[in-house]
Design a binder for this molecule. Structure first.
Ligand code: URA
Length: 241
């Protein structure tokens, strides 16, 4: 990883402004590899040099990756004038970094949402060409059956002419729930496909995105950083590693 100026590295965490970093350095509160930093312009490698402020190690990784269990009722957006967004669940220093959701879930959809400031990984994960499957658990009115599996598998054309890529549908139990697997993410896609089959969606939850599975320990509204192995698996899935 290229070396970067300390003031840039520390301010990009969202915890301090560049001016505040200057003051911290002047006050001798910043150490790099155990040695006090003299000038905020000095360059370090954020992946290998240990940077500490007031004795606490600071993670200066260039990008942040957050797994959230999205609750119903919040928009998958970065801001909205009138309504709460998923960003409202994150602390200020992460919001300041400019994290955004990788793909949108509807306001009433729950489950796995990845938030990051890594635009290029987000782009790859959303590209239908990369074949990153997203799996949803849907509860429907009525019962799904093998005819629905065949229809989604053939690639549906919706009423407005929208062509969907072939998708998976696995009925669960008595057919009032099912797993739907999409490789793309068109607006309200699961709801529209199942409504077109006469089985409107009553509740929808995303369970996984490629190799990334929703952590069952996360309650609705909770989040955590991705583990290094989860990030590596995602990058491998899009051929970025
Ligand atoms: N499909 C939908 O209909 N809604 C979502 O939130 C995600 C996929």
């Amino acid at each position: 990883m290229a070396r970067e100026r300390l003031d840039k590295l520390l301010s990009s965490t969202g915890l301090w402004s560049r001016k505040e970093v200057k003051d911290l350095v002047r006050q001798g509160r910043v150490l790099a590899e155990g040695v006090p930093v003299r000038r905020p312009e000095e360059k370090y490698d954020p992946m290998t040099d240990r940077i500490q402020v007031d004795g606490e190690t600071v993670d200066c990784a260039p990008f942040v990756y957050v797994m959230m269990n999205k609750p119903a009722g919040l928009l998958s957006a970065t801001e909205d004038k009138n309504q709460k967004t998923v960003l409202d669940l994150l602390p200020q220093h992460l919001r300041r970094r400019g994290l955004f959701p990788v793909g949108r879930l509807d306001k009433d959809t729950t489950g796995l949402l990845l938030l990051t400031d890594d635009g290029s990984l987000a782009h790859e994960l959303l590209s239908p060409k990369k074949h990153v499957d997203k799996v949803y658990l849907a509860r429907v009115e009525g019962r799904v059956d093998a005819s629905d599996t065949a229809a989604l598998g053939a690639g549906m054309v919706l009423g407005d002419g929208l062509h969907c890529l072939p998708a998976g549908l696995e009925p669960l139990g008595d057919g009032s729930s099912c797993l739907v697997t999409l490789r793309e993410g068109k607006y309200h896609q699961v709801k529209r496909m199942l409504a077109a089959r006469g089985k409107p969606v009553l509740a929808l939850k995303r369970l996984s995105m490629g190799p990334l599975e929703l952590d069952r320990e996360l309650e609705a509204g909770e989040w955590r950083m991705l583990a290094p192995e989860e990030l590596e698996a995602l990058k491998r899935a899009v051929g970025a590693q």
